[in-house]
Design a protein around this ligand. Structure first.
Ligand code: ZN
Length: 305
């Protein structure tokens, strides 16, 4: 299945989420998710290309993690466009509470922005000349939403379903149930039977690949539920790999600081890692090298990508 011409997926990487540009009925354009702040120049350039001279009128966020909303402030200042976000974290955005918004805990940056409208679950949005239903997608982030176009059979799944897996179940790290919510989100996707999925990260996939991704995601959530420590391990690996991608070089001392910060406020992680952050950082450094994400030069880890 090919994408309609009015939907353009700007596939990015792991530091920045994909940006999905829609050419709208009103001769303007919208973009779903804006990537990470350090990639903003590239994001602006890619969106400029995709919108073909149409004014960017609207940013829609699936959730406000730093890799999905990091370009909001600059794009809004540049285009005077509106920002539409799910209601779940609107209060935190209003107050710009960096602790509650996860940026501090994850040692990630996100320039403050203001929003203009809320997209509630079951609202209908007009994007790219089609109707899209806002669907709840708790699990990875309880405020996250997906966008579903029944007419085209296309789902924007955000971090609820990737071709290989899904995002870290962040609420569980803080002792808030999230596994069952993620399972329910996967079940909802299964009921929709999307013909094509545009994930928050990675290339769109369709047909049999959707069924395969769903099956793998179901086994993965069962595997995590069986031993919640696995979610903490994955979270730590993902957070450190993200930071390494951003910084390109990290000393073991910096890694230790990151581990210490990640543990703050995350009660489940504290229980899973009773050892000192220094030992954890040493262990994680080995893991990153073994996974091929880094090479090691004495005390310094160097990103391989
Ligand atoms: Zn996310």
């Amino acid at each position: 299945m090919t994408l309609p011409d009015r939907i353009r997926v700007l596939e990015r990487g792991w530091l920045s989420s994909n940006n999905i540009v829609f050419l709208d009925d009103d001769a303007g354009a919208s973009v779903v998710d804006t990537g990470y702040v350090t990639h903003i120049d590239e994001t602006i350039r890619l969106i400029d290309e995709a919108r073909e001279g149409r004014p960017l009128r609207r940013i829609v966020n699936t959730h406000i993690h730093s890799d999905h909303a990091g370009g909001n402030a600059r794009l809004k200042a540049l285009h005077g466009c509106e920002v539409w976000i799910p209601p779940g974290e609107a209060d935190l955005v209003d107050a710009w509470d960096e602790d509650a918004l996860s940026y501090r805990r994850t040692s990630q940056q996100c320039p403050p922005f203001s929003y203009d409208a809320l997209i509630h679950p079951h609202d209908t949005l007009r994007l790219g000349g089609e109707d899209w239903t806002v669907l709840p997608a708790a699990g990875h982030d309880h405020a996250m939403v997906m966008l579903w176009c029944a007419h085209l059979g296309i789902l924007l799944s955000a971090d609820a379903l990737w071709q290989k897996g899904f995002g870290v179940i962040f609420p569980e790290l803080a002792g808030i149930p999230g596994f069952a919510q993620q399972k329910a989100t996967l079940e909802l996707i299964g009921q929709l039977k999307p013909r094509l999925v545009i994930p928050g990260h990675g290339a769109p996939f369709s047909g049999a690949a959707v069924d395969a991704a769903l099956m793998a995601a179901h086994s993965r959530i069962d595997w995590l539920m069986e031993e919640p420590r696995r979610n903490s391990d994955n979270a730590l690996k993902v957070l450190l790999a993200f930071k390494l991608l951003e910084a390109q070089r990290l000393t073991v001392g910096e890694l230790t600081e990151l581990v210490r910060t990640s543990l703050q406020g995350n009660v489940a992680m504290q229980a899973h890692y009773p050892h000192d952050p220094e030992a954890m950082a040493g262990f994680m450094a080995e893991q990153l090298v073994r996974a091929g994400a880094a090479t090691r030069d004495g005390d310094v880890l160097i990103a391989t990508r």
